[in-house]
Design a protein around this ligand. Structure first.
Ligand SMILES: Cc1cc2nc3c(=O)[nH]c(=O)nc-3n(C[C@H](O)[C@H](O)[C@H](O)COP(=O)(O)OP(=O)(O)OC[C@H]3O[C@@H](n4cnc5c(N)ncnc54)[C@H](O)[C@@H]3O)c2cc1C
Length: 491
């Protein structure tokens, strides 16, 4: 049996499984069992999807089409946040850009609700949908790096770990986030904060080109000189404009042996640490990342932690770090010369797949005593409060140069909670919201990628929204790609 025959038989078997009584937990109800399955339209209406059309999709793509009842259905529909238990009518597991194009055209022609899954880390669960099609990029996960051109190419479903790994193997790096199983897809399209962004900018500032499948099914190469409007829009505009099948990133020469690690103080010393930080933050060198975290850690207790990565000469870094190290009495000072990937993977287990999680955030233009006091007073050991450092190169890019507008913010504060028992959902969400509300007066705008409720697209894009909306109308007039912080096509 060749690959295509295998795919056909897999689709046929899974289609059959949907209709066999008892096969597949809570399979969608098939109202015309022999000819169609139940699905959900772009507008949320119940529709019927013909079995013949699904079979044709399976024949036209090199990856499998997975329906309820298929052995891989339940793992394929799961995303990182265990809060989301949605059941797509079908999952198109794509292997290449042509598969993506076929799946996009199928969704458009059948008026199907579309979710696009990159790494699956969407906090609000936008990469899976109830009753529609999930375009699954998880197998498109290759990253290659080229030392000569100083670029990396990452497929749309690759994870940050693969990006870091490929680049570091060539003695280079680009900005990547702090949990290595996050996907490059949603992460990059939304902006991309990481420990090197003061030196190299956000991840979008390092994107030099992309391949994207737009709503018309066309596979396009875009960059500064090719469809520049679309290239501008994807740098901050999220998944609104199509499915990115490949990103090209600029890389920077990098010695992976960096001064890095965590300094941990008892939470009682949080005020001293934050007051120091508030004063020092605007003067940090571009090479220095210090990001405070307040949390309760197993076996250590309630603490304030400073994660440190210094991307430069360690002896210079030691000097810049000395005043921070001198504050109070740390429980642990783990800052040492070590491989960059130690810190890049240090959060991977704590933020493991399947955890139930809620998060909010806000951009802060400058520290104030009021903010420090509020953070100290509002500390809740059941929640996680973290900080991404902006400034540096992030703020040297103009507000309208990319679609992401919050360039003059000094920091991004993150309020998150994680738990396993569904019975705790309501109270954990309420507590996280309360903490966020306490700090809200000090924040303006938010980072859409780390927000469970974030869909205030128009306001949050500031001066960029009108242009985004016009570009949306040109490339996705029917708003096929709407499971994101949605930009409405201009009328
Ligand atoms: C544990 C954890 C740690 C995080 N750490 C950081 C961090 O350090 N820095 C930071 O900036 N952010 C961070 N984030 C936020 C992260 O950037 C977003 O959750 C991001 O959306 C994840 O991308 P993904 O591809 O994994 O998500 P997905 O759930 O697959 O997708 C998220 C959104 O992007 C769309 N999308 C994904 N891939 C594509 C694609 N190839 N083409 C078109 N649309 C696509 C989806 O349709 C969806 O709307 C973190 C999130 C988590 C859960």
């Amino acid at each position: 049996m060749n690959r295509r025959q295998f795919c056909r038989s897999a689709v046929a078997a899974s289609v059959a499984a949907v209709f066999l009584p008892g096969c597949g937990k809570e399979a969608p109800v098939a109202t015309q069992a022999d000819t169609s399955i139940a699905a959900v339209s772009l507008d949320g209406a119940d529709i019927e999807l013909s079995k013949a059309a699904i079979r044709e999709l399976g024949e036209a793509t090199s990856g499998p089409v997975i329906l309820s009842g298929h052995p891989q259905y339940d793992t394929a529909r799961m995303i990182w946040n265990g809060m989301h238990d949605k059941r797509p009518a079908l999952i198109a597991r794509c292997m290449n850009a042509e598969d993506v194009s076929t799946a996009v055209s199928f969704a458009r022609d059948n008026n199907l609700l579309v979710a696009v899954r990159g790494g699956g880390h969407s906090w609000p669960g936008k990469s899976v949908c109830e009753g529609g099609i999930m375009i699954d990029l998880s197998q498109m996960n290759t990253v290659t790096a080229d030392a000569e051109t100083r670029t990396a190419r990452a497929q749309g479903g690759a994870l940050l770990n693969a990006l870091d790994t490929a680049a570091l193997q060539k003695g280079m790096v680009t900005t990547a986030g702090v949990v290595s199983h996050t996907g490059v897809g949603g992460y990059t399209l939304g902006g991309g904060f990481g420990r090197l962004n003061r030196k190299y900018g956000l991840t979008i500032d390092n994107v030099t080109g992309a391949q994207i499948v737009t709503a018309d099914g066309k596979i396009r190469r875009i960059g500064a000189d090719e469809e520049p409007d679309l290239f501008w829009a994807i740098r901050g505009g999220g998944g609104n404009f199509g499915v990115v099948t490949e990103f090209e990133y600029q890389l920077h020469p990098f010695d992976r042996n960096v001064l890095s690690g965590s300094i941990v103080w008892p939470v009682e010393q949080a005020r001293d640490v934050l007051e120091f930080y508030a004063e020092a933050a605007p003067r940090l060198s571009d090479e220095m990342y210090i990001g405070p975290v307040m949390a309760s850690l197993p076996e250590i207790g309630d603490v304030i932690v400073m994660d440190v990565v210094y991307n430069g000469d360690p002896t210079v870094g030691e000097k810049e770090l000395a005043p921070l190290r001198a504050i109070g009495t740390p429980k642990v000072d783990g800052v040492t010369l070590q491989d960059y990937m130690v810190m890049q993977t240090i959060n991977d287990v704590a933020f493991g797949h399947g955890i139930r999680s809620y998060a909010k955030n806000g951009m802060v233009k400058e520290w104030s005593q009021g903010l420090v006091d509020t953070l100290v007073d509002a500390f809740n050991p059941r929640l996680f409060l973290a900080n991404h450092v902006a400034g540096g190169q992030v703020s040297r890019v103009g507000e309208t140069e990319t679609a992401w507008p919050h360039r003059n913010a000094e920091i991004m504060l993150v309020f998150a909670s994680g738990w396993m028992d569904p019975a705790l959902d309501e109270e954990m969400i309420a507590e996280t919201r309360a903490l966020h509300e306490a700090v809200e007066p000090y924040m303006g705008g938010y980072y859409d990628n780390i927000d469970f409720d974030g869909n205030k697209a128009a306001g949050n894009y500031g001066p960029n929204y009108a242009r985004l909306s016009t570009i949306k109308a040109a490339y996705d007039p029917g708003n096929l790609f709407r499971l994101n912080s949605n930009i409405k096509p201009a009328v």
